[in-house]
Design a protein. Structure first.
Length: 313
């Protein structure tokens, strides 16, 4: 037919390239927003360097933590002792490295205990209705109303000797402090998780899964809990800093680790009587606690902004 035109085979063979759309997952987008938070990004680097120094330090600085040199008592920082010495002539750098591992381990272990207990209790309360929710929240409010520091001191005083004999002096005190600090840090997490569950369980995707026959356990594990992890992660960073401060407080009061186990809090406790003649003893231990806590808090601020979908950065 005269009105029909035939396309050229060359034109048919020509394929116009299309640009591939870049897709960001929620977690990748959160990482991108976190990297734009300068204080949080710098804090991650500082905390990583601090943790690396604590882990690798014993391989590079091999001075024993209990080596006594009475001729170098309360010596200021020098080439032989970069952080100085204590009242027995023990090297403070080696004791700081050893104590840092214990302090950070206590902080992260207590955070894990608090997050686990708080997430479980908050999830059960948030997915349940009626008396179960009321009882769990009543228990949470009861623990929130208790004075934490006096109760911490009482529990450690009552059970410290028992766990020392059962596990050993270092392991027993470590387990006791982790359980006690973590056991008094789960309440805010539980209330936060419950609030998230109460909001998410009425969403359309949860109702759709429930209509398809999903059980409560599947709703919690596959649908609600992954969407509630953002605030929980932020709360976890705050718990690490709070646990480090709590362990330092207990050690400073003399109810933490034994004197021959140098945590940062114990170093502060031992240095309190020598502030006028050996200020370096307290400055290095206090500076390590301050630097660790402030970097963790900045990381928590960055995570809060990165995991908040309403935050525009």
């Amino acid at each position: 037919m005269a009105g029909l035109t035939h396309a050229s085979p060359i034109a048919d063979a020509t394929i116009v390239p299309q640009k591939r759309e870049r897709r960001f997952s929620p977690w990748r987008d959160a990482i991108r927003r976190f990297r734009r938070h300068r204080l949080a990004a710098i804090s991650v680097v500082v905390l990583a360097l601090l943790a690396l120094a604590i882990l690798v330090g014993p391989l590079l600085w091999r001075v024993p933590i209990n080596e006594i040199d009475f001729t170098a008592r309360l010596a200021p920082p020098s080439w032989d002792h970069p952080f100085g010495t204590d009242d027995l002539g023990q090297d403070l750098l080696s004791r700081m490295i050893y104590g840092g591992r214990i302090s950070l381990a206590v902080g992260f272990a207590a955070m894990a205990v608090g997050l686990f207990c708080g997430t479980v209790i908050g999830a059960i309360a948030g997915i349940s209705r009626g008396s179960v929710d009321a009882v769990l929240m009543w228990i949470t409010d009861l623990f929130l109303s208790l004075p934490q520091l006096p109760l911490l001191l009482l529990v450690i005083y009552l059970f410290r000797d028992f766990l020392k004999g059962l596990v050993g002096p270092e392991g027993g005190v470590f387990i006791l402090i982790v359980l006690v600090i973590g056991g008094f840090r789960w309440m805010p997490v539980a209330r936060l998780v419950r609030a998230q569950f109460l909001s998410l369980r009425e969403k359309e995707f949860v109702e759709a899964a429930r209509a398809l026959g999903a059980s409560n356990m599947r709703l919690v594990v596959r649908h609600i809990l992954p969407n509630a992890l953002g605030p929980v992660i932020v709360a976890g960073t705050i718990d690490v800093a709070a646990a480090i401060i709590a362990e330092s407080t207990l050690s400073f009061l003399g109810l933490g680790f034994p004197p021959d186990i140098p945590t940062w809090g114990r170093l502060l406790f031992d240095a309190k009587d020598y502030l006028d003649i050996a200020p370096h003893w307290a400055l290095f231990a206090g500076g390590a606690i301050f630097l660790t806590v402030i970097t963790i808090n900045f990381i928590g601020d960055g995570l809060r902004d990165a995991l908040d979908p309403r935050k525009v950065m």
